[in-house]
Design a protein around this ligand. Sequence first.
Ligand SMILES: *[C@@H]1O[C@H](CO)[C@@H](O)[C@H](O)[C@H]1NC(C)=O
Ligand SMILES: *[C@@H]1O[C@H](CO)[C@@H](O)[C@H](O)[C@H]1NC(C)=O
Ligand SMILES: *[C@@H]1O[C@H](CO)[C@@H](O)[C@H](O)[C@H]1NC(C)=O
Length: 422
Amino acid sequence: MVLLKAVSFFYLGVCALALPKIPLSKRKDILASSKRDGVFKNINALKTQMEKTKSKLQTGLLAFERNTGKIHPAAQGAQGTFAATSNNPPLEKVSVSKRATAAEPLTDFEEDLWFGTITVGTPPQTFTVDIDTGSSDTFLPAVGCDSTCDGHTLYDPSASSSAVNTTDPFFLQFGAGNATGFIFTDTVEIAGITARAQSVGASNHYSVEFEEVNFPPDGLVGMAFPALSVFGDNPLFTTLVTQGTVPPVFGVKLADTGSELFLGGVDTALFTGAFRNVSLIEEDFYALNLQALAVNNQVVATANGVVAIVDTGTTLLIGDPEGVEIVYEAIPGAKDASEVIGPGFFTVPCNRIPTVGIELGNQLFNVAPAIFNLGVLEGNDCVGGLVSMEGVPFWVLGDIFLRNFYTVFDQGNARVGFATPR
Ligand SMILES: *[C@@H]1O[C@H](CO)[C@@H](O)[C@H](O)[C@H]1NC(C)=O
Ligand SMILES: *[C@@H]1O[C@H](CO)[C@@H](O)[C@H](O)[C@H]1NC(C)=O
Ligand SMILES: *[C@@H]1O[C@H](CO)[C@@H](O)[C@H](O)[C@H]1NC(C)=O
């Protein structure tokens, strides 16, 4: 068995000149565009994204309960607590007159997501998909979908000799958005590697959030563990692993350019030095124990029982109101921007953007100031990439965090590791 695995992996390397990797792209990058001229924009997109994250995580928690018969620790209201290491005064509020840039009509509805290409069926049909480590199902718009799928490439099971209609209906809730249809099994190829009899949701209805104008890729591939699957089936990556085609590990680089998903290992061309690894405390989401929060390399709060999940499908660094407030209170000149931008947003002085850090596995992981800064709100107030959200039972390490590292998702060793990208 071990030999077989080694042989098939070697075979991949030889046969496919091509390494088992796909580039990830964006049609429009909320973070990059908000910084192009240095001014904070895309507020609506960010808020939509936050809502989507919240609902996606809740969907995952419910699926966990159905699949395992257990209530997820994070769903039991045990959100963990923080103890501030010093007593800082409450934050001043950003003055409401600064509404000029921030509160313009919210028309930008772009999502910040990373998409790559897969093929489904025999012969292969090609689709673009959002690569999401915060969920576990694969779905596509399908032939017969109503006008809500217009503009997307439609999966046609009747044109695939390997497609099987399980006749099981599905309903997936992602933020305000949802997708419905029937679950098929079919051959799916990603990065030159093939999964047979993979569950694929063939959607006959997309809510407006998944319409082409709002969601550029055709569908989505969830890269988390089986326990989160709403379909109750193996995620694509699990199928690849159980069918012996790849070792249970993948690497991700997220950046303005050169973003990539690498299956079965890591792309050594994309990082330097060693990984700093952190053990998973749950194998459903990629869930880590958050130990402390730091500002400019000084611990400002220690955490007790706080869970952080690693999610390529979330744009910002999201935390609970208690912890997030402690961080901003420790930053001189930081302000509460909730009345101007919306609940959970804060500003920091543009001329002194702090280095915010998260301690995981007894190691500090810093977010570079240039990545943390979402752009100028007005004057010397720049919006911070750490936001708080009520009702999210985790801290969510989204793009703002992940862009600082090359990340390895090592399912086989139940850990996630972070290296310096290059
Ligand atoms: C799949 O099966 C369901 C339930 O029998 C049926 O309603 C649906 O039309 C089928 N889908 C396709 C594309 O054949
Ligand atoms: C699906 O999403 C739409 C919003 O686009 C909403 O109107 C509808 O009620 C949702 N369906 C369910 C069952 O939640
Ligand atoms: C960290 O994880 C990576 C990827 O699984 C592995 O290659 C490396 O050896 C690990 N480092 C340590 C110190 O365990």
